[in-house]
Ligand binder design. Structure first.
Ligand code: Q9C
Ligand code: ZN
Length: 341
């Protein structure tokens, strides 16, 4: 399987507010380095660099003003003499107004963020746009006849919606790639999200559309981040009604519960008969993940890949979460090897 990778991810290494303390993000550069090392150790296939696509491709699923914000936030922050990571401190909840974009960077950060896990640093935009380019390059490879590809994205993307960032995510790499597939002439694309956390951004982007079916298996949002989306009754709206499928699962879920839900999800995707499948590949479902609560073993990730292969469609894997760095390479690449059979 073809892998698309760039060292640009290392430009993004940030801090997050966690348990009341500012600490280094669990989403750190060693994650991608470890996955790449495993890709090479098992001889998965060729590793290529991304092409540059640019903001117009990102603005197919994000608003132009949001993309501009991401691009300019660090210089606006720095212009005030600030040197630490840019983090939001105020959010437009319920009856506060969210129809007017603030001018001040502190207002903008809250306006465009859902939490304090998305710091912006000097290198963030370069890493973020390159991560989207990895997914777009992977989708372009599928368009040119590859049956599968692995976009080794970092930072991840599935919590980012049309106009907000969150949960270590800035641009929604999987959504950008899915939209590019449609723009290239495909009629239907399925996005399957196997990250521990609900893919709220991807769901939001495609919620009212029938040309993208979104399916997510994740920790029940009553107990797990992102808390405010990912319930079973979210089935789509308007033309998209019936094309959004959530499988919230309890703490402690192991292969029995997970495999059954995954098989059900993959059967529904096969029935949808998409031209391509995009997998939001998080491996934070692992038993030793430091911030998640499922109990998958490393061998179970082979079975995830095998089950996805059963859909029988060209497939782009887009890297999302997974925070047990020691095992992240084995677990992520096990999905890919399981897929290849
Ligand atoms: N510090 C992914 O797996 N962290 N994201 C809370 C505030 C939530 C996980 C953020 C974890 C986000 C891509
Ligand atoms: Zn996650």
């Amino acid at each position: 399987m073809l892998t698309i990778y760039s060292n640009a991810h290392r430009l993004h290494h940030a801090t997050e507010l966690k348990d009341g303390v500012l600490k280094p993000c669990f989403e750190m550069p060693s994650r991608a380095d470890t996955i790449l090392a495993r890709v090479q150790a098992v001889g998965l296939g060729e590793v290529i660099a991304p092409r540059e696509f640019g903001s117009a491709s990102y603005a197919r699923v994000h608003s132009e003003r949001y993309v501009r914000f991401l691009e300019q936030a660090w210089s606006e922050w720095q212009a005030l003499g600030r040197q630490h990571d840019a983090l939001p401190l105020i959010w437009p909840v319920r009856d506060l107004r969210s129809d007017i974009e603030p001018v001040h960077i502190d207002g903008k950060l809250g306006f465009y963020a859902m939490d304090a896990g998305v710091a912006i640093t000097a290198g963030t935009w370069q890493a973020v746009k390159t991560s989207a380019d990895l997914a777009l390059t992977g989708m372009a490879a599928l368009a040119q006849g590859e049956y599968s590809a692995f976009a080794l994205c970092r930072p991840p993307g599935h919590h980012a919606a049309a106009e907000y960032m969150g949960g270590y995510c800035y641009l929604n790499n999987a959504a950008i790639a899915a939209q590019a597939c449609l723009d290239g002439g495909a009629r239907r694309v399925a996005v399957l999200d196997v990250d521990y956390h609900h893919g709220n951004g991807t769901q939001s982007i495609f919620y009212d559309r029938a040309d993208v079916m979104f399916t997510s298996l994740h920790g029940d949002p009553r107990h797990s981040y992102p808390y405010f989306l990912g319930h079973r009754d979210e089935t789509g709206a308007g033309a998209g009604l019936g094309f959004n499928h959530n499988y919230p699962l309890p703490h402690g879920t192991g292969w029995d519960g997970y495999g059954a839900a995954l098989s059900h999800a993959c059967d529904a995707i096969a029935t949808y008969a998409p031209d391509a499948v995009v997998i939001s590949l998080g491996v934070d479902t692992f038993k030793d993940d430091p911030i998640s609560h499922f109990r998958l073993e490393s061998e179970d990730f082979l079975k995830i890949g095998q089950t996805i292969a059963g859909i029988g469609r060209p497939t782009l894997f887009v890297m999302e979460g997974g925070y047990m760095v020691d095992d992240i390479g084995v677990n992520a690449v096990n999905v890919l090897r399981g897929f290849e059979g």
